[in-house]
Design a protein around this ligand. Structure first.
Ligand code: DGP
Length: 113
């Protein structure tokens, strides 16, 4: 998608602090971290929400979820971490390319799950 910031990051048109990449996904540090460790895992196919996801994209999300423990381990999150996937503007989704937030590196507390 021409005007999608995450598509531009995936294409290398915008720099990012990459922590993992393969043919299916890119993981990079959030520009506005909400925890000591805050990484975004982004499938390399443009769709905004789970409601828009086709079967091939669902396979990519599955691959992302299976890879996240390895990414989290590489980030030193051995004590645990939180995943957030905002769906739509009311949930606070600002970038309309599906992404999974990995948050950790500190005690996340019990508020908001
Ligand atoms: P969300 O609110 O769930 O749509 O989260 C979008 C996140 O994307 C937000 O935490 C900030 C991050 N973000 C936005 N633009 C950029 C960027 O250009 N680079 C990086 N690394 N992160 C970005």
């Amino acid at each position: 998608m021409a005007d999608c910031i995450f598509c531009k990051i995936i294409a290398g048109e915008i720099p990012s602090a990459k922590v993992y990449e393969d043919d299916d996904m890119l993981a990079f540090r959030d520009i506005n971290p909400q925890a000591k460790v805050h990484v975004l895992v982004v499938p390399k196919s443009h769709f905004a929400t789970l409601a828009e996801m086709n079967d091939a994209q669902a396979e990519l999300v599955k691959k992302c979820m299976k890879k996240i423990p390895q990414i989290a381990s590489s980030l030193g999150l051995s004590d645990g971490y939180r995943l957030i996937v905002n769906q739509g503007e009311a949930a606070g989704q600002t970038v309309h390319h599906l992404h999974i937030h990995i948050l950790g590196g500190q005690n996340m507390g019990e508020k908001m799950l």
